[in-house]
Write a protein that binds this ligand. Structure first.
Ligand SMILES: CC(=O)SCCNC(=O)CCNC(=O)[C@H](O)C(C)(C)COP(=O)(O)OP(=O)(O)OC[C@H]1O[C@@H](n2cnc3c(N)ncnc32)[C@H](O)[C@@H]1OP(=O)(O)O
Ligand SMILES: CC(=O)C(=O)O
Length: 551
């Protein structure tokens, strides 16, 4: 390989096998097929689909995936060496692996003498026979990738025996030797030294090496990179690092570091990483897990800037506080507004308000943000409320309605349907028309939302497009140290855009109502809906539009 050629490092994804050993993770058959397709589109070289001895779902996966075109991506079935004291051909695990009909079979065997004698309760010779006979039997059907479980702990305890186990697999025809840091406690310098030695000791075999690291010391990515530098040509890991205990090496970070930081390697056949953030979020959603905001490269906070001094600098040059361009991995820069903001945060976020040159306006906005954060507000997830705040402070806010009063009765039980419901009544002025409405809902906020929109939809039909998509409540200590406040965050959507609003009060209903009002006002402002002009003839006597009705 000459100096300009990049060494390909193959990516082996075990999200569907080791990832599903993570607490709280379970994939349906369709999930597994969908994730496999996504991994193939990304250019992942190997996808470990599951353990065919383990369950019917995994058996069905291997049957169905066979008929799907995955381009150059190879599907692997995973299983352990034959059980002690039987022939490989008679072992149900071996038979299940062969029946999976995958181009590669990943065989896990014991490296650590302690595991062989204490866990499997076999002699060291029988363990070597189990590895060799299993690899030889499976190799008649598919390429064998040998996962040397506990390789680093085994090497530490008995280096000669650890190497013997690899030689047993290699002599039987296994194509890959994957060194596993199964307990995840090894340090990068040990990984590098032992990987290098293992490669040297097997120089007489035509085999390639890989690495499989767990994250118990929070070093799985660093350990994987150290092994690559020592000569490993395959990295096993999972998307988002999900997996047994503290998880596996996060392939998102491994791929990004190798592709963007290490010019001597090539991953994913040189493809772009611009769908990496999308893939990460897809896997979180499919596994029904919360995103990890602080996840390097693809997390929502990975390029989120909060400190005023940071934002000031990145407005001049993004590289002052960003290690890569977020677009390279499909992520985006975010500027957060908080009490730690400076004028630069305000100017960046309030770009559409054209106030970048108005230092006085920015100072006023900043002072208002600091004051409100002291009361328990937080604008990071309430961009729409911040937008309205800017309008209010700069004098460009005119409300579309004024609330006169509202009341909620919660917890009533309908004696016919036996359901618990809430009722809300609302009285408000739109221009010079008084609206008085009532609505029911599954809970107080649902009822208030329904009543508010019922009262307004006649005047503002575009409100029929919007609905609530998320509602969060939190108790917060206000800076004043008085009674605890309730912070309500509401996420609304109209199908084209979603927006966050906030309300804070000692009363949960009031906090919710304020967040709802902001949500509605934001929608009306973004649609440029004009505020109604009061009719001069009816100034002294408001029309009463009594539209209250039982739902
Ligand atoms: C490091 C890793 O992540 S390896 C993968 C771990 N993943 C999983 O365990 C998930 C899938 N596993 C399963 O579904 C089940 O454990 C099965 C179907 C494989 C086996 O189930 P069971 O037969 O009920 O066995 P159980 O799980 O209790 O114990 C493991 C058995 O495998 C044997 N075994 C464990 N590792 C190996 C190995 N590398 N080679 C041969 N036999 C092994 C043990 O000796 C034990 O057999 P014994 O009961 O005769 O002593
Ligand atoms: C093979 C495997 O999952 C491990 O050793 O951790």
């Amino acid at each position: 390989m000459n100096a300009t050629t990049r060494q390909p490092i193959l990516m082996y994804d075990t999200t569907l096998r080791d990832g599903s050993q993570g607490e709280g993770v379970s994939f349906s058959l369709q999930d597994k097929i969908n994730v496999t397709r996504r991994l193939a589109e990304m250019g992942i070289d190997f996808v470990e689909g599951g353990y065919p001895l383990s369950n019917e779902k995994d058996v069905a996966f291997f049957q169905q995936i066979r008929d799907i075109d995955l381009g150059g991506t190879k599907v692997c079935a995973f299983g352990m060496t034959r059980r002690r004291g039987m022939k490989a051909a008679d072992d149900p695990g071996m038979q299940a692996l062969v029946a999976a009909q995958t181009p590669c079979i990943t065989l896990v065997g014991k490296t650590w003498d302690y595991h062989a004698t204490e866990v499997l309760r076999v002699s060291l010779e029988e363990n070597l026979a189990m590895i060799g006979e299993s690899a030889e039997f499976l190799g008649r059907h598919s390429d064998v990738i040998y996962d040397a479980e506990h390789f680093f702990d085994g090497y530490d305890a008995n280096p000669d025996y650890a190497i013997e186990t690899l030689r047993a697999a290699a002599a039987a025809g296994a194509k890959w030797m994957v060194l596993c840091d199964t307990n995840g406690g090894t340090l990068p310098e040990q990984i590098a030294a032992v990987t290098k030695t293992a490669i040297e000791k097997l120089a007489d075999f035509d085999v390639r090496f890989g690495i499989h690291c767990h994250n118990d010391g929070d070093l799985a990515t660093a350990n994987s990179l150290a092994a690559v530098d020592a000569g490993a040509l395959q990295v096993q890991g999972t998307i988002n690092g999900i997996g047994e205990r503290c998880g596996n090496a996060d392939l998102v970070a491994v791929v990004s570091n190798l592709a963007l930081k290490k010019s001597s390697y090539e991953v994913l056949g040189g493809r772009s990483l611009k769908h990496l953030t999308e893939l990460s979020r897809y896997v979180y959603e499919t596994a029904n897990l919360q995103w990890r905001n602080g996840q390097p490269f693809v997390g929502q906070s990975a390029f989120a800037h909060k400190g005023g001094m940071h934002v000031h600098a990145i407005n001049k040059a993004a590289s002052t506080y960003e290690h890569i361009d977020p677009a390279l991995v499909g992520n985006e820069r975010r500027i957060l507004i908080s009490e730690l903001s400076g004028r630069s945060n305000i100017a960046a976020v309030a770009e559409q308000h054209n106030i970048a040159d108005d230092r006085e306006a920015m100072d006023k906005i900043l002072a208002e943000v600091v004051r409100l954060e002291n009361e328990g507000f937080q604008f990071e997830n309430a961009g729409a409320s911040f937008d309205l705040l800017v309008k209010r402070v700069t004098g460009s806010f005119t409300p579309h309605f004024d609330t006169i009063k509202y009341r909620v009765v919660a917890g009533d039980r309908d004696s016919r349907s036996h359901t618990v419901f809430a009722e809300a009544i609302i009285k408000l002025m739109v221009g010079d028309v008084l609206w008085f409405d009532a609505a029911e809902g599954h809970g107080p906020v649902n009822a208030l939302d329904a009543a508010l929109r019922k009262a307004l939809q006649g005047t503002y039909p575009c409100l029929t497009e919007m609905h609530l998509i998320d509602y969060k409540v939190r108790v917060v200590d206000s800076g004043a140290g008085t009674a605890a406040s309730i912070r309500v965050n509401i996420e609304s959507s109209d199908g084209n855009e979603s927006w966050g609003t906030i309300g804070v009060s000692e009363n949960i209903i009031e906090a919710s109502y304020n967040a709802l009002v902001d949500a509605v006002e934001y929608k009306l402002h973004k649609e440029n809906v004009p505020q109604p002009v009061a009719d001069a003839d009816s100034n002294d006597q408001a029309d009463l539009a009594e539209s209250a009705s039982a739902n």
